[in-house]
Design a protein around this ligand. Structure first.
Ligand SMILES: Cc1ncc(COP(=O)(O)O)c(C=O)c1O
Length: 365
């Protein structure tokens, strides 16, 4: 089987050395040496400040909402405007935190939240905008920031897919009051499970640091309500090893990405990205002419042992437990016709060619 993605496995020897250190120090969690090292190395690699490591990307979102005061108690039902074209965690984390997700439709070319649709959804209960840099593409950050400033809203970018992406020469993660990353095993950079939050302001970082450790501030002091969202030393060890080899990983993915683009870019719709974007080659999504074609291609690939994914499908307004049933025609349409093709560093040229040939055969049928 060829999966849609494969976790990156760094050098076992190197990982063993980090694990030896953990055994020597006898320190497994609670802001250990490796978590501190990884924090500094990621800040430097990504070109950001105020980075906080947490145990996964969903908690990263939840902590960001809390640290930025989206639920300050003044509203019974605070709302956040977000995109329906994303992984469920973007919207479900809001709902889980007692914040109503309100969808605004996406742009048909970039597949990110369309700023032109945001203002119509703002109500007196709106606290924030939660856009997603979907598949690592940059949202229209300037337009979104302008709307947020005008209406005094917080912006939390779900940047789970945007590790290492640069926009206008700077880290894309510098935009918003906070940006969150997922370091899940399937992501370009990972810690097995894990995530992080990059805050614009140091005071928000400091508040979040307390929150992820139960609100504890000293041996005998608990300052506020908190939760356990700490990254542990084993996760950080994996992260340090993956980071050591990130350039090789990126270069291999870039090659795979370009081979797909060359073969399929003129027949299928690809995501439009701004010129000023330095991309991370994390995903290769393609949009077919019809849903029937997308479903047929997925089935044919599966028959031949290739697990392409209908990703993101379905558009989230149709997910009942979120309780938001307003139709989002653009998102619904793209979601119905999209497939993410396998992309990972060790995808062989032969396997990739078979995938391309199967798709070409279906397109001709
Ligand atoms: C857009 C998006 N948001 C949030 C998450 C949740 O991250 P995690 O799986 O690390 O909790 C993911 C990925 O899994 C994601 O793709």
């Amino acid at each position: 089987m060829i999966p849609v993605t494969k976790p990156y496995f760094p050098s076992r020897e190197k990982l063993n050395k980090y694990i030896d250190g953990i055994y020597e120090r006898q320190w497994l969690t609670n802001n250990g040496e490796l978590v501190q090292q990884l924090t500094h190395r990621l800040e430097s690699y990504l070109g950001v400040e105020n980075l906080l490591l947490v145990s996964n990307g969903t908690l990263a979102l939840q902590i960001a909402y809390r640290a930025l005061g989206l639920r300050d108690g003044s509203e019974l039902r605070p709302e956040a405007i977000t995109t329906p074209f994303t992984f469920i965690a973007t919207a479900s984390s809001l709902k889980w935190e007692g914040i109503e997700p309100v969808f605004a439709d996406i742009d048909p070319h970039t597949w990110c939240l369309d700023p032109a649709n945001i203002e119509a959804e703002i109500t007196p209960n709106t606290r924030a905008i939660v856009p997603v840099h979907v598949f690592g593409n940059a949202c229209e950050v300037e337009a979104i920031d302008a709307i947020a400033n005008k209406h005094n809203l917080k912006v939390i970018y779900d940047a789970s897919h945007a590790f290492g992406v640069k926009y206008k020469g700077e880290s894309l993660l510098r935009h918003g009051d906070a940006a969150t990353l997922s370091f899940h095993a399937t992501k370009l950079f990972h810690t097995g499970e894990g995530g992080s939050i990059i805050f614009k302001r140091k005071e928000d970082l400091e508040r979040a640091k307390k929150m992820i450790n139960f609100g504890i501030t000293g041996p005998e002091s608990i300052e506020e309500l908190g939760i356990n969202a700490k990254m542990n030393e084993l996760q950080a060890a994996m992260g340090l090893c993956v980071l050591d080899e990130i350039e090789e990983n990126l270069a291999a993915r870039e090659k795979v990405w370009h081979r797909y683009e060359q073969a399929l870019g003129s027949t299928l719709q690809l995501q439009s990205r701004p010129k000023a974007l330095d991309y991370n080659y994390a995903y290769f999504p393609v949009v077919f002419k019809t849903e029937v074609q997308a479903v047929q291609v997925t089935a044919t690939l599966k028959e031949h042992g290739v697990l392409a994914r209908r990703y993101f499908y379905p558009s989230l307004e149709s997910v009942e437990c979120l309780g938001v049933e307003v139709d989002q025609p653009v998102s619904k349409d793209i979601a119905s016709r999209i497939i993410c093709l396998p992309i990972f560093d060790r995808l062989s040229q032969g396997d990739q060619q078979s995938i391309i040939s199967l798709i070409e055969m279906e397109l001709k049928a």
